[in-house]
Design a protein around this ligand. Sequence first.
Ligand SMILES: Cc1cc2nc3c(=O)[nH]c(=O)nc-3n(C[C@H](O)[C@H](O)[C@H](O)COP(=O)(O)OP(=O)(O)OC[C@H]3O[C@@H](n4cnc5c(N)ncnc54)[C@H](O)[C@@H]3O)c2cc1C
Length: 478
Amino acid sequence: VTKDILNALGACVGAANVLSGHTDRSAYDLDAMGKYPGHSLAVVRPADTGEVSGVLKIASAHNLAVVPQGGNTGLTGASVPDASASQIVLSLARMNKIRDIDAKTRVARVEAGVVLQSLHEAAQMQDLIFPLFFGARGSAMIGGVLSTNAGGSNVLRYGNARALVLGIEVVLADGRIMNLMSELYKDNSGYDLRDLFIGAEGTLGVITGAVLKLYPRPRAYATALMSLNTLPDALDLLTELQDLTGNAVEAFEFMPANYFDDYARRFADRKMPLSAPGPVNILVEIGATSAALARTDKSGRAVVHTLLEEALSARLEAGRISDATIAQNESQRAALWHCRECAFELATMHGAMVDHDISVPPAAVETFLAKMPARLQPLAPDARVSVIAHLGDGNLHYSVQPKGCARGVPDALADKITEAVEDLVQSLAGSFSAEHGIGRSKRATMARRKDKTALEVMRTLKTALDPQCILNPGKLLP
Ligand SMILES: Cc1cc2nc3c(=O)[nH]c(=O)nc-3n(C[C@H](O)[C@H](O)[C@H](O)COP(=O)(O)OP(=O)(O)OC[C@H]3O[C@@H](n4cnc5c(N)ncnc54)[C@H](O)[C@@H]3O)c2cc1C
């Protein structure tokens, strides 16, 4: 049977695009964190929507499980197969065409395998941006980005992936193609099926194309890194900057003092951007999209730069900021962003951690961080805690390493730590999954914490759209 299936898949996408040997499969079978080693029957690489449809028809005829995969940068184990050698990986990597960019309407039509950074570069050629930025942009693909409803550093201004989509094309589990490639901002013609597939982690259909919103490229940026004493003071500064600039703050990222200890150790050859990082260090970036903010003023700098400088100077004088660096040129801006974007590298340099991607209302971040140590202490005395947060939208990456567990945290202990984190998050009206999704890593949490009726509705939808349960089984739904 296996041979028949592989032959049928080969006839559909070309034998060279069905990879069944161990070496060919290995990069597709292991997730970015190396936590979920899988073993697929084969990796299938279709070239277009018609071939995706053909693959799914074969899969449904043979009851074959299909794991859609983009750049395989997901952090929840959702993009890789299990170890049974009975599932196929459906890689969208060959579907990497930007069909067109309309600079006038500010719309891009792309295939699902377009790498995020390639879209950034193509948009930039038209003086536009696709405003979704995060560390894995050099590998993550649009289909994966939409299927995880990815966030990142600029959600504060532009929203997460869902907010950037006008239309999608989806292939259903039985191979039917659903064309929702609309450019419309208003379309109340029935259920919003587009949004159903965004964030579905490949469990309801395979996204093959998308119509995406583009935005004007900021004509100037004002970027600074600063140390403050408290999180409420940081949020107060954010409000002031939003008022001054008409909500043009693009990023407002929090890094605690120990983040910079790690940074200094890992990048000893680089100049430290702050002489003495304090308890609350913030990377702020404002994008001048309006002519008024981008205009050069008497100082010879963009108005947006002067506004930021004046706001920070006033707070330095008042003792509310202890240190600040404002980027004076593009290379200084890149150096400040380097501090933020090496977070993944810094987080992994200490070995195994129990990671949490959570969100609470921004004003509750301080309470969360203040209360958490006492809750961890009885479970994992003197644990090492790493935090990085998109403070502007209340999204924290909170990682815990119990003492002596650098090589691995026992499952039972990891569960207790996660329960403690999630209990506090829930009491603060937050979410146990902010931007990375559920995948495999949060299925138990879904069972424990998601509204029971919401779970029932999700199961009803899954059964209706994928009655054989061949699309990414074992992911998202408990
Ligand atoms: C260094 C680093 C930094 C990161 N920073 C962020 C961050 O700031 N914010 C954030 O949100 N995420 C972040 N991530 C997580 C990750 O990059 C995102 O989840 C990304 O959106 C996944 O895209 P991908 O193409 O790699 O998808 P994959 O990892 O290949 O797949 C992710 C999920 O989408 C499904 N899928 C993939 N393609 C399709 C398709 N065409 N149709 C249907 N389902 C599909 C897969 O089955 C899987 O469930 C980071 C990851 C790394 C490694």
